[in-house]
Design a binder for this molecule. Structure first.
Ligand SMILES: Cc1ncc(C[n+]2csc(CCOP(=O)(O)OP(=O)(O)O)c2C)c(N)n1
Ligand code: SF4
Length: 309
């Protein structure tokens, strides 16, 4: 019961701010998880925000001045430099005495886990008062679905076309947690209220904050555009992508991931893999190995939760 109560997002659909910081209509694909996360995320960041965005699907979604989809000021920067540019904006605001403005980098998984990681690591080590939001659609999607560090094992991309990716997904939130930043949260486009609460919390904390959002991507993953929400939820309910936050070092599972703690059997990972054409190379043996890894991870989560209580 207690876990159920703690699992609830604090914000309900009725309390979401009515303000819209994204104009209706964008150039994202239909069914894009990013367009949901972006709309809700900007409601949480609020209008007193400057965005820093590297090349990605988000630059396509936003479009260019004067027909940009975003109503906030936004700086488009080079691929590797999001967090460094964010640090520069913070310095300029400090010089102007305007320290009440939120500076948020919003970058893809390629722009965060691969090419942007050194700038982000530096900003985090310095403890810049900066929010970095990584939307993880698990590939370089804007340039035609190439594999990134966070593409999962077995996924077909245009440069892993036959056997799928042979390496496992880089655990970027764990890398960021090792920087001991003030706040870190994982979210999913399929849990918009949980996402809203976490970005709102990040906005009200000092120091470096990192938000990692799982983003179902119909053309990159190979599923029907009407299944975006269902598929993102299945990733969480099968225990593949976990929703949690680390506030000043304190770890907590949230939303359906917290509910998973009390379940004996989570949804089978097979359902998630079979729902996407990108996982075609995975045979039953590979899937059962992955099910075992997920089961072991959840055993560890349960042991930790029992030690705490
Ligand atoms: C230095 C550099 N290398 C390559 C590119 C080409 N490029 C533009 S967007 C992009 C993919 C971005 O991937 P990701 O950050 O995962 O965002 P997504 O497209 O998936 O939204 C690439 C490779 C570039 N702009 N700059
Ligand atoms: S490729 Fe994927 S992430 Fe990019 S706009 Fe299309 S659905 Fe969204």
């Amino acid at each position: 019961m207690e876990a159920q109560a703690q699992a609830q997002a604090k914000t309900t659909i009725f309390d979401l701010p009515e303000i819209e910081l994204v104009h209706p209509g964008s150039r994202a694909c239909s069914g894009c998880g990013l367009s949901i996360a972006y709309r809700i995320g900007l409601k949480a960041l609020g209008k007193n925000t400057i965005l820093v965005v590297p090349p990605s699907c988000l630059t396509v979604l936003q479009g260019l001045y004067p027909i940009a989809a975003t109503k906030l000021p936004c700086i488009n920067v080079t691929f590797a430099s999001t967090a460094a540019a964010g640090t520069g904006v913070l310095g300029a605001l400090r010089a102007l005495g305007k320290e009440d403005i939120t500076v948020a980098g919003w970058a893809g998984d390629g722009g965060t886990s691969d090419i942007g990681i050194q700038a982000l690591s530096g900003a985090s080590e310095r403890g810049e008062n900066y929010i970095h939001i990584c939307y993880d659609n698990e590939g370089y999607m804007n340039t035609g679905v190439q594999r990134s560090g966070t593409t999962p094992f077995g996924a077909i991309t245009t440069n892993t076309p036959i056997k799928g990716k042979l390496q496992h997904k880089k655990d970027l939130p764990a890398i960021m947690a090792a920087h001991n930043i003030s706040y870190l949260a994982t979210c999913s486009a399929s849990y918009p209220l949980d996402l809203y609460d976490k970005i709102s919390k990040a906005k009200n904390m000092k120091g470096t904050k990192y938000i990692h959002i799982h983003i179902p991507c119909p053309p990159g993953w190979g599923f029907d555009t009407s299944y975006t929400i269902k598929l993102g939820r299945l990733a969480v309910q099968a225990g593949i992508f976990d929703l949690y936050e680390i506030t000043n070092g304190k770890f907590n599972l949230t939303s359906d991931s917290r509910k998973n703690l009390e379940k004996k059997d989570l949804k089978p990972v097979k359902d998630y893999f079979k729902a996407q054409t990108r996982f075609k190379p995975l045979d039953d043996l590979e899937i059962s190995k992955m099910q075992k890894q997920i089961d072991e991870k959840w055993e560890r989560f349960r042991r930790k939760a029992n030690e705490k209580s």
